[in-house]
Design a protein around this ligand. Structure first.
Ligand code: F6R
Length: 594
């Protein structure tokens, strides 16, 4: 959840390079930031590291006051231990100010380690668990070399952690990982370490994704890899990033979320062709499995629910689904014939990683639909499939959801033995999506926004595959516009939620032209009879709709244009209310804690 960016090379503006790197990680969500460098010029010969830390967003921040340097690192913090204060922001320094450290994760036994360190006269400045790490390294450094000190300290931590340490007298960055992601970028006479490969794109596409228990010692010309537990040297296998620099930049768009929504029609068409072979492979794996479970969190969980409808309807095939955080409570019946298909944009969501770990312990095989190459989920899967959505930077997931749905539709058709039909359907769906990102459509949405912007609650209903569409629409609205929104299976209305519908309550009704059409309209009527303001998303207008948002009928894929409408509605509601859709409060892009 924290962002990490480190640089070592010949360029003397390390601080600026690091700050730029941190800005590229801004989308992950954070509450404070900091940069540490080792000054090139050290007139007092005191070997002190210089640090700048601030609370809040980086925005237009600069590091002008930091000295010239060729080595350093920075961090964006998402608070866990200790409040959002400048002291708690990273990097942290040891008592001598010659060691600096940035950390992501939770050192579960920090309390007892801290007590020991305080008793040996270490002075703590912050309330964080992370500061323990830098003092422990300082302690080991009394007897050991820098590498050994970092290794020994790291092995004392309980929990899942990633850190980078630097020493003012050593021209190297040392990074260790057990849980949280880290990736090394290889340059020419310079090297980088980041928490996210997208941050490396302006500098290099040659990368190495650290595995658990990897420790790297990075100098300007060399990267050495070790197993942190055994100390044994390992071979580095580099990977090449396929993403373009422009794919992770805003271009002419005011927000990443809007850019990513607009990319969706193109993405669907790409997947209709490039996704065929992976769809066939995944379908083959599902066919052979004795029971298949789809797992995901948040938006990805809703893609799992959608999968259960798609596979049933298109391929007449039963699959189970669960949210990542609940999966471990009902996986006792998994066997070595079971298949778990994990869906994740980041590939680093802790609840998913724990789920697949537990499933593996029961012998199940793991397939994944994941967006980030080299992510932990990608590496831990027996059958990893990339969804190819390109970097997704808006905290609210949009294009990764649509990419997952596109792959799932193709896979369901492949399972039926009719993958070309699925491919054709996606092409049609892409055209339906293009009609939603037009100026004309946006005007329609903006008019609706004026009507509903002051609502305190919004209800979204649908049946069949429109049920996960309703859940996703409500999630998009609530997480960025902060209006309470609830997605419901339309049939559940009269079992309780209808009590909440009052005069003027906005009620969004999905009514695709499938077997649910009539029943969805019945739900709309029930809400209208209680004064609800009915917003219909459907290929067909109806008198029950107070406001009509048309979508094209694309059969089983109608969830895609349906959700795209809700994404844009959520976006413009958020803009109207004056919030930043890319960085909703309290949330982070990659949820690497439980
Ligand atoms: C909501 C959203 C989250 C993520 C969830 C899983 O818009 O983005 O609900 O979908 O945190 O993230 P990934 O897909 O990275 O596993």
């Amino acid at each position: 959840m924290c962002g990490i960016f480190g640089y070592i090379g010949k360029k003397e503006n390390a601080a600026e390079i690091i700050l730029e790197g941190l800005k590229r990680l801004e989308y992950r969500g954070y509450d404070s930031w900091g940069v540490a460098v080792v000054p090139t010029e050290d007139p007092n010969k005191n070997n002190k590291i210089v640090v700048k830390k601030r609370i809040g967003k980086i925005g237009d921040a600069n590091v002008d006051e930091l000295p010239t340097a060729t080595i350093g690192f920075g961090h964006t913090r998402w608070a866990t231990h200790g409040g959002v204060t400048q002291k708690n922001a990273h990097p942290h320094l040891d008592c001598t100010k010659t060691i600096a450290l940035i950390h992501n994760g939770i050192i579960e036994n920090y309390d007892s380690l801290k007590k020991d360190l305080v008793s040996t006269s270490h002075r703590f400045i912050s309330e964080t668990d992370s500061e323990v790490a830098v003092h422990l390294i300082e302690e080991y450094l009394k007897k050991e070399a820098f590498e050994k000190s970092v290794q020994k300290a790291f092995l004392e931590f309980h929990g899942l952690n990633a850190l980078i340490a630097l020493h003012a007298r050593e021209k190297k960055l040392i990074a260790v990982r057990n849980g949280s992601p880290l990736v090394v970028g290889f340059g020419n006479g310079e090297n980088y370490i980041a928490s996210d490969a997208a941050a490396l794109l302006p500098h290099t596409k040659d990368v190495y994704f650290l595995e658990d228990n990897d420790m790297v010692v990075v100098s300007d010309t060399d990267v050495e890899l070790y197993n942190v537990v055994t100390g044994k040297k390992k071979r580095i296998t580099k990977q090449k990033l396929a993403w373009d620099v422009s794919s992770s930049e805003l271009g002419a768009y005011p927000h990443f979320m809007l850019k990513e929504i607009h990319e969706q029609p193109g993405l669907i068409v790409d997947i209709s062709i490039s996704g065929i072979s992976s769809a066939k492979k995944l379908a083959g794996i599902i066919k052979k499995a004795y029971g298949t479970y789809f797992v995901g969190c948040g938006t990805a969980a809703y893609a799992c629910i959608a999968a259960s409808y798609l596979f049933s309807k298109i391929a007449k095939h039963h699959i189970n689904w669960a949210v990542g955080s609940e999966f471990s409570y009902h996986l006792d019946f998994l066997t070595n014939k079971s298949l778990v298909v994990a869906l994740s944009q980041s590939g680093e969501t802790m609840d998913i990683l724990e789920s697949i770990k537990a499933a593996k312990q029961r012998g199940a095989r793991i397939a994944s639909l994941v967006n980030v190459l080299g992510s932990t989920l990608y590496r831990e899967s027996d059958y990893p499939f990339l969804i190819g959505a390109g970097p997704e930077k808006g905290v609210a997931s949009t294009k990764a959801f649509i990419a997952k749905l596109s792959h799932l539709i193709l896979t369901a058709y492949a399972l039926k033995g009719a993958v070309s039909k699925g491919s054709l359907l996606l092409k049609k769906t892409s055209k339906a999506g293009k009609q939603i990102v037009t100026n004309e459509y946006v005007l329609k949405l903006k008019k609706l926004v004026q009507r509903i912007k002051n609502a305190s609650d919004i209800y979204v209903i649908g049946r069949g595959i429109s049920y996960p569409a309703s859940l996703e629409a409500a999630l998009k609205i609530k997480e960025i516009s902060y209006i309470h929104a609830e997605g419901l299976a339309a049939g559940e209305l009269k079992h309780g939620p209808l009590a909440l519908v009052e005069k003027g309550t906005p009620c969004i009704v999905y009514a695709p032209l499938d077997e649910t059409f009539g029943a969805n309209l019945a739900g709309a009527m029930e809400m209208r009879a209680r004064g609800g303001y009915i917003i219909g998303i459907s290929p067909k207008p109806h008198e029950v709709f107070d406001y009509y948002l048309p979508i094209e009928d694309v059969g089983e894929a109608s969830i895609i244009p349906g959700v795209m409408v809700a994404q844009l509605l959520a976006y413009y509601l958020t803009i109207e209310k004056g919030y930043d859709p890319d960085k909703p409060r309290n949330l982070a892009k990659s949820v690497t804690v439980k």
